[in-house]
Design a protein around this ligand. Structure first.
Ligand code: F6P
Length: 548
């Protein structure tokens, strides 16, 4: 594919942007009473309302033209067919295979991968049931009470986010996640745990990640400090990886290893054995509901027409703001405490995927690529940074996600949740309509303020509005709904990467920092530098050594 800027629709979108950028959402809603209905799509219990975006019918037509000119439908087919669309690593991209039902086939290099996928799921069922029912004993015969997942990036954020999100479905097993190389993370997590009743899941696609292997070694030392007998490790350490050799070299029996495959990207791996912590928390039946929800979103993405296709619309709207309004960030606000870690999870999914500076063929990109993704749960964000959203000078397109029903009805008539809902809807309404000078003056007059104060305060109180947002309203945060929501975001990332013509499935940028850390490590302990550093790094090293 050629540069996106050379596509006819790109130029047309630039012209169109110049024509409509001053249109106000207030007017667009006033002129079209059907707007909310027309600019909404449902998938099962999820409604995606994208009507509060700065778009007209023509905008949408042009964005859809862009998707067609970028051959998005062909790329979707390529992904689902197992073609090696991760070009720099020459790998297929098949997280969609992990959630396909039994009996389906997906071929990689002429081999159907589905029997293996389901064989691993079967093992996950058997293992998780034995741990959850207490049939699996620790080295002293006591059942497991605490599970510690040791992993980082995709081997941590996905399972951690989902495990926290599905807390209402947990059994009595306690789940913990250790990722940071900072010893504090491991020490504080293990404080109060008993080695006799603790199970460690060492999760690493490569089984070569410094943080994970170091934490796993220290966890083993903590365990052996009490257990003494190395044979006891087999009852308490399980590995999840694509790298059997490294697992065995680490000292974990391959009988205790759950495999996955190089066609599963780390940040897309929660659906694989990397999700074992989720399964231990909620049970295999619920995990299968999560997979089924993701599969429903996959089918929607593969088969729905582009104009009714939620990930396609999400991706195109993001491009509209990123590339034509020059918005450099995108915010995600889950109005659900259980989704506290969704923004952190999406940061890796989106920014590691689409933070790229070259196209698939290695030539420089012609346009800005992935946005800075950020967010926090509502209503907390409202009392922290929403001021900038309402009156700052930067445009921040945002997604609001909210369940109609709470898992924790609290107060008379579930008043907590009703307030949460009211706040979520109120924020998107406020962003859309803002508050005009006339409205501000009328309010202050009604409140009896002096004319001088009204004149002084009016400019401070005006909100321009016209700030775009999407709303995902869903019935309740169930495993199935969560699976669908995550998969919709995964596919949105794919849509954008396809249009920007980048490889969304590699992550070469993180290599350099890892290498430099390896070089610096001996120098922290006083060894001479093998290569000179810049003067800032030199000086900081000297100071560190002095204070160690
Ligand atoms: O450093 C980035 C990264 O490679 C991520 O892509 C990945 O999710 C994470 O590190 C952990 O990698 P692994 O699962 O191989 O330990």
């Amino acid at each position: 594919m050629s540069l996106p800027t050379s596509l006819p629709s790109w130029r047309k979108l630039e012209e169109h942007h110049a024509q409509i950028r001053s249109l106000h959402l207030r007017d667009l809603f006033r002129e079209d009473p059907e707007r909310a209905e027309r600019f909404s799509v449902s998938l099962e219990d999820i409604v995606f309302d994208y009507s509060k975006n700065r778009i007209t019918n023509q905008t949408l037509d042009l964005l859809l033209q862009l998707a067609r000119e970028a051959e998005l439908p062909r790329w979707i087919e390529k992904m689902f067919a197992g073609e090696k669309i991760n070009v720099s690593e020459r790998r297929a991209v098949l997280h969609i295979a992990l959630r396909k039902p039994r009996g389906s086939s997906v071929f990689v290099d002429g081999k159907d991968v589905m029997p293996e996928v389901h064989a691993v799921l079967d093992r996950m069922r058997e293992f998780s049931e034995s741990v959850r029912t207490g049939r699996w004993h620790g080295y002293t015969g006591r059942p497991i009470q605490d599970v510690v997942n040791i992993g980082i990036g995709g081997s941590d954020l996905g399972p951690m986010m989902v495990t926290r999100a599905l807390r209402p479905y947990h059994s009595s097993l306690r789940l913990h996640f250790v990722s940071n190389i900072d010893g504090t993370h491991l020490v504080e997590t293990l404080r109060g745990l008993d080695p006799e009743t603790t199970l460690f899941l060492v999760s690493s696609k490569s089984f070569g990640t410094l943080e994970t292997l170091t934490n796993a070694r220290s966890a083993r030392a903590w365990f052996l400090d009490k257990a003494k007998d190395p044979a006891a490790v087999a009852k308490h350490f399980v590995a999840i990886s694509t790298n059997e050799k490294a697992v065995v070299a680490f000292g974990i029996d391959k009988k205790n290893m759950f495999p996955f495959w190089d066609w599963v990207g780390g940040r897309y791996s929660l659906w694989s054995a990397i999700g074992l912590s989720i399964v231990l928390a909620i049970g295999m039946d619920r995990f299968e509901e999560l997979l089924a929800g993701a599969h429903a979103a996959d089918e929607h993405f593969r088969t729905a027409p582009l104009e009714k296709n939620i990930p396609v619309l999400m991706g195109l709207l993001g491009i509209w703001y990123n590339n034509f309004f020059q918005a450099s960030t995108h915010a995600v606000f889950p109005y659900d405490q259980y989704l506290e870690f969704l923004p952190a999870y999406l940061q890796q999914a989106d920014m590691e995927s689409n933070g790229k500076h070259v196209q698939k063929d290695g030539t420089p990109v012609a346009v800005t690529t992935g946005p800075i993704l950020w967010g926090a749960p509502g209503t907390n964000g409202q009392h922290a940074f929403f001021q900038l959203l309402h009156q700052g000078t930067k445009l921040v397109p945002a997604d609001f996600l909210v369940p109609a029903q709470s898992h924790n009805p609290l107060g008379p008539s579930d008043e907590h949740h009703r307030m949460l809902l009211a706040n979520c809807l109120a924020q998107t309404e406020a962003l859309l309509r803002g508050r005009t000078a006339e409205e501000v003056r009328a309010e202050m007059e009604a409140a009896g303020l002096a004319a001088e104060d009204i004149a002084r305060l009016t400019p401070h109180r005006v909100c321009e509005g016209n700030r775009p947002s999407n709303t995902f309203l869903f019935r309740k945060l169930t495993p199935r709904t969560l699976g669908s929501l995550i998969a919709l975001y995964e596919h949105k990332i794919f849509v954008q990467g396809t249009i920007w013509n980048i490889d969304s499935f590699d992550q070469w940028g993180v290599e350099l920092g890892k290498q430099l850390a390896q070089n610096l490590l001996p120098e922290i302990s006083g060894e001479p530098a093998r290569k000179p550093h810049d003067s800032s790094t030199e000086r900081l090293l000297r100071l560190v050594r002095g204070w160690l």
